[in-house]
Design a protein around this ligand. Structure first.
Ligand code: AMP
Length: 210
C-alpha cells in the first residue's frame, strides 16, 4: 500500500508512520528525517535546508521533490511506502502525480492548534534513527536514551515555542489545502488525534481498512 500521512507539526505523523511501518512492513519515508540527517552530516543539501528549518519555514519544493524522486526508486519502496511529511504544498503533490506514483490512501491526523504547542514542547527525537518520544505521552524506557538505537534524545530546535507558531502558520497556509486536493481524489481519511498514542493508532489502523 502506498500511503501519505498528513497533519500539522506535532500531530503525531512520525509515530503513526512507525506503527504502520511495523504492521505493514513497508518503509516510512520522512523528508524531515532525511533533511535532519543531511544537516547532521553537513552535506550541501543539509546546509541549504538549515536556515529554512530553523526558521520554521518550508524547504524549497525542488529540494524535497528531488529527495522523494530518488528515495521512491529504491528497492525497499517496491511493495509500498508511507510518506511522512511529504507532500507539504500543492506543487509537491502535483510533482508526485507526475512521478506516476499511485497513492492508495491519505491519512490526515487532526489535532487542534491549541494542543500542538504542548505536544511539541515535550517532544524528544533521536537524530540517529529518527524515532520520536514525548516526555509525558511516549516516554523512552531509559530517560533521554533512544529505545531503538541507544543514542541520546534531543529537543529539536524548531520545536521551541518561538518557532512553533511560524510552523503552524506555514501549515495552515501551504499544507492544509492538500486535504481538499486529496478529498477530490476520494482517498482522504481523517483521524482525530487522541491524547494516548495507542488510541490514535487504533483509529489509524481502522482508516487503513475502511
Ligand atoms: P518534520 O520533521 O516533518 O516536521 O520536518 C521538519 C522541517 O523540515 C519542516 O518544518 C520543514 O522546514 C522541512 N521539511 C520537511 N518536509 C518538507 C517538505 N515536504 N517540504 C518542505 N519542507 C519540508
Amino acid at each position: 500500500m502506498n500511503l501519505i500521512l498528513l497533519g500539522a507539526p506535532g500531530a503525531g505523523k512520525g509515530t503513526q508512520a512507525e506503527k504502520i511501518c511495523e504492521r505493514l512492513s513497508i518503509p516510512a519515508v520522512s523528508t524531515g528525517n532525511i533533511l535532519r540527517e543531511a544537516m547532521a552530516n553537513g552535506t550541501e543539501m543539509g546546509l541549504k535546508a538549515k536556515s529554512f528549518i530553523d526558521a520554521g519555514q518550508l524547504v524549497p519544493d525542488e529540494v524535497v521533490i528531488g529527495i522523494i524522486n530518488d528515495r521512491l526508486k529504491e528497492d525497499d519502496c517496491k511493495n509500498g511506502f508511507i510518506l511522512d511529511g511529504f507532500p507539504r504544498t500543492i506543487p509537491q503533490a502535483e510533482a508526485l502525480d507526475r512521478m506516476n506514483v499511485r497513492i492508495d490512501r491519505v491519512i490526515d491526523i487532526e489535532v487542534p492548534d491549541e494542543k500542538i504547542a504542548s505536544r511539541l514542547s515535550g517532544r524528544r527525537v533521536c537524530l540517529k534513527c529518527g524515532a520520536t518520544y514525548h516526555t509525558e505521552f511516549k516516554k523512552p524506557k531509559a530517560e533521554g536514551i533512544c529505545d531503538v538505537c541507544g543514542d541520546n534524545l534531543v529537543q529539536r530546535k524548531d520545536d521551541m515555542p518561538e518557532t512553533v507558531l511560524d510552523r503552524l502558520k506555514t501549515y495552515h497556509e501551504q499544507t492544509e489545502p492538500l486535504k481538499d486536493f486529496y478529498e477530490k481524489k476520494g482517498i482522504l481519511h481523517i483521524v482525530e488525534g487522541q491524547k494516548n498514542v495507542e488510541d490514535t493508532t487504533a483509529l489509524t489502523f481502522k482508516a487503513l481498512e475502511d
